[in-house]
Structures are given as C-alpha cells and as structure tokens.
Design a protein around this ligand. Structure first.
Ligand code: ZN
Length: 229
C-alpha cells in the first residue's frame, strides 16, 4: 500500500494514496462513496485539488446515489437463497417444523419455521440467531482489546443499523454494534471492537485516532475495506 494522506475539501474527506503510477485515478468506495485518489508520487497536491474541484459536483451526485442504494439484496427467505454467517456464504434451506430455530449443516443454513410463515417472521428468527451469535463473541473480544488498549467500555448493545458498523458513546462508555456484523468475518467484528474502543481514547477520526489504530491493529485499513466490500 502506498503513502496515504487525508485532506478535506468543502466538507468532503478525500484519501490520497501516492503510488508509482503515471496518471491519477479517482474511486468512490462503497457503501458510502468515500473518495479515494491514487496519484503519482511527485504530483503536486495543488494539481490533485484542482482535479477534485473539477469533479466535485459529479462526486457529490455519485455519493448520494450510492448512499440511497439499498445496502443488501432484500431476501424473500425462500430455500436456495444466499445467506451469510461469519464471512461464509450458506444456502438457505427453509424447513417447516414445530420448533423454530437455525442450524448449520455443511454449506446449508437451516431455518426451521412454522408452516406458511411470512418472510418477516422468518427474518425475525434469523436475526435473533445472528444476535445470539454476536452476543456470544463480543464480550470476549471486548475483554481482550480493553486490556490491550487500556480502556473500559461500560456496556454494549446490538442494533440493526443502516449506515454504521458501530457507535461509541464516549461519555457513557456504551458501545453499539451493528447486527449485520454477524454476517461478516470475525476479523471484521474485531476491527469494529478496536475502532470503537479507540474512541474512548480519541473521539474523532483524526491523526491521533489513526495512529492508535496503526498501533493496535496494523492492518486495520485492509480489514476496513473487506468490511465495506
Ligand atoms: Zn468511529
């Protein structure tokens, strides 16, 4: 990975990565459309800023479009659909049964539901299972990283959030995790744990914050990309 720098233009945060390349490239990273510029090592920053100004209206328009896009496909909760758990893809198998619940069998995620249950009812059972899965692993991750970072959270909650993976109330020490993290690889969850705990040392995403992230989880940028892919 090249040398990274973050600048802000008209409220627009922009990550500039210097690389051994000839031309400048602009990318908008999903899901929020974070602006990422790859630029030749010796190109003056002024030239990059001029380029961004030219593209400014287009960038804002694209970001709006990306943010309005539903972040995931809407499931009908029928057999054969793809579902995710801990970073792995499973095929959903919906089975009518007396007792409701979820289990894994090879590449299949078995969803036991009442006969003729609605998609909403099926979603509820799966989400409950996701929530239990997170509730099981988060305490040990918090414990592990609180010792490393030298901070202490007061409590955690899990919510199905639309735009954020986690939040931290630095006044109360309460951390909230996105339910969708149950679908992601454990390292992604671990990254969010570290990110939110580091907020207890530094509230904003500034240089100090990033230096802490580099210190505690040196490959956090790669994991962050994986999380948002
Ligand atoms: Zn944050």
């Amino acid at each position: 990975m090249g040398k990274m720098k973050e600048i802000v233009m008209k409220d627009l945060p922009i990550v500039i990565e210097r690389k051994k390349i000839k031309n400048m490239y602009l990318r908008l990273l999903p899901p929020q459309g974070e602006v990422h510029i790859s630029a030749p090592e010796r190109m003056p920053e002024e030239e990059i800023r001029r380029f961004i100004l030219l593209k400014y209206d287009w960038i804002v328009k694209q970001q709006l479009r990306m943010r309005q896009r539903p972040e995931q496909k809407v499931l009908a909760y029928e057999s054969g659909e793809e579902v995710y758990y801990r970073g792995k893809k499973y095929t959903l198998q919906v089975i009518p049964a007396g007792s409701m619940g979820v289990s894994l069998l090879g590449d299949n995620l078995i969803l036991r539901v009442k006969q003729n249950s609605s998609p909403e009812a099926r979603a509820k059972i799966l989400n409950l299972w996701y929530r239990e899965a997170l509730t099981e692993v988060i305490p040990e991750l918090l414990h592990k990283w609180e010792k490393v970072i030298g901070v202490k959270s007061s409590a955690f909650t899990i919510r199905d959030m639309k735009t954020r993976w986690g939040t931290c109330n630095i006044r109360t020490g309460k951390i909230c995790f996105n339910l969708q993290l149950a679908k992601k690889d454990r390292i992604c969850l671990e990254y969010v744990v570290v990110h939110e705990l580091v907020h207890l040392l530094e509230g904003s995403h500034n240089k100090v914050f990033k230096a802490y992230m580099d210190q505690f989880l040196p490959n956090w940028k790669t994991i962050k990309k994986e999380l948002n892919s």
